[in-house]
Design a protein around this ligand. Structure first.
Ligand SMILES: [Fe+2]
Length: 389
């Protein structure tokens, strides 16, 4: 996050002697992005983070993709995918490209290991469930509606505290930030931003573990999954400071931008990623011009693919959409409200819809796994309904 934060104990200056009670040095680690010219944090460990007992290759992270047919609108029912496994192994990938992978997880098992994504930042959107995102930077309690933004290289474990956990996972190959246009020259969120720093939750409690044993960290790097075994608990940090750390923003804290006529999709933008954006469609007042049509116009996202993940509420422009549905409206063909939805929206004053949108600037590919949960007739759902007899 582009504001400074610190937790625990730190020496007065960076890169100077900082000693443990037994007189030995704490082990300073600089986590820097973009070749140490991007955001970074400095952490102080009890043990050298380089002491790896064993390194193993586990598996490729890449998932098989479908044979591409006609470019068309797609609809997948993510709630139909089987629940199970842990928050990492339980991920089902639906749509992927060179910049981003969109997955869901409905995990039932705890993580017996720690995880680190070294390829890029991740967002975990909590559809259902409560718990604590335990990280090397400290604990971040989470609740439904939270976007958990986990920067590249963050070692973490999801400690689920509710029976049901449903996550939308956005894996990236770069950095997640608030939209630049909402930030001033030093990164502060300005008055026209739909959220501000007060809405952002940061780790408040640093748990320092001085435990010996065998601890596994699974690391996604170069789109492959590896396991590293250590003789000490990876959360052995006594203090850290900097700009690189996980943070949470709840979708309920997104203050919608509304107008007298239909507002364009960028008003919903919440985050920027490498070649994609994340938007939040939240409960809001509809357009108030006397002749306004609250449902959107037909539109061609001419050179981007549009993905919607439906969280709850009645989505104003669609029919046949369920909670947990993912739709893909790819570049190349226009899309828009279903028949009758424009007329039905006239005169309505408010929507309770809640959805997360990911617009990618490079084409997405559909995974093989997604095909088992596809609503094949979705493309035909804009045709006029035929009457019998
Ligand atoms: Fe759209």
């Amino acid at each position: 996050m582009p504001f400074y934060h610190r937790l625990g104990n730190l020496p007065a200056k960076r890169h100077v002697q900082f000693r443990q009670p037994d007189g030995s040095l704490y082990r300073e680690q600089v986590m820097g992005t973009k070749g140490f010219s991007g955001i970074q944090s400095i952490l102080y460990h009890i043990h050298p983070p380089t002491q790896v007992r064993e390194a193993r290759f586990l598996r490729d992270w890449t998932v098989p993709l479908e044979e591409e047919g006609a470019n068309r609108h797609r609809h997948f029912l993510t709630f139909e995918a089987p629940k199970g496994k842990d928050p990492i192994e339980g991920r089902v990938h639906w749509l992927v490209n060179e910049d981003v992978a969109i997955a869901t997880a409905n995990p039932t098992e705890t993580m017996p290991y720690f995880f680190r994504n070294s390829d890029g930042d991740e967002i975990l959107f909590v559809h259902e469930g409560e718990g604590v995102l335990e990280t090397i930077f400290g604990d971040l309690p989470y609740r439904p509606g939270d976007y958990l933004v986990i920067p590249v290289g963050t070692t973490y474990r999801l400690n689920m505290k509710s029976e049901q956990t449903r996550l939308l996972v956005i894996e990236t190959t770069g950095e997640i930030t608030p939209p630049r246009r909402y930030q001033n020259e030093v990164g502060q969120l300005m008055e026209h931003s739909p959220y501000c720093e007060r809405d952002i939750r940061v780790p408040k409690k640093l748990q320092t573990h001085e435990e010996k044993g065998t601890f596994e960290i699974r690391v996604k790097a170069r789109n492959r999954l590896h396991a590293y075994l250590y003789d000490f608990h990876p959360f052995d940090v006594v203090g850290w400071d900097g700009y690189l750390y996980p943070w949470a923003f709840n979708i309920e804290d997104f203050e919608p931008i509304t107008g007298s006529i239909h507002q364009p999709p960028p008003v919903h933008q919440t985050f920027a990623g490498p070649n994609f954006v994340v938007c939040s469609f939240v409960p809001r007042m509809y357009d108030y011009h006397p002749l306004a049509i609250p449902a959107p116009y037909y539109h061609s996202n001419v050179n981007s693919d549009e993905v919607l993940y439906y969280v709850k509420g009645n989505f104003m422009s669609r029919k046949g959409i369920n909670e947990g549905s993912i739709t893909l409206h790819p570049s190349g063909i226009p899309h828009g409200p279903h028949p009758g939805k424009m007329e039905a929206s006239i005169g309505k004053t408010r929507t309770e819809e809640l959805a997360v949108m990911v617009d990618t600037f490079r084409p997405l590919r559909v995974t093989k796994a997604a095909l088992s949960y596809e609503v094949a007739e979705y493309m035909a759902s804009w045709l006029p309904e035929e009457t019998e007899g």
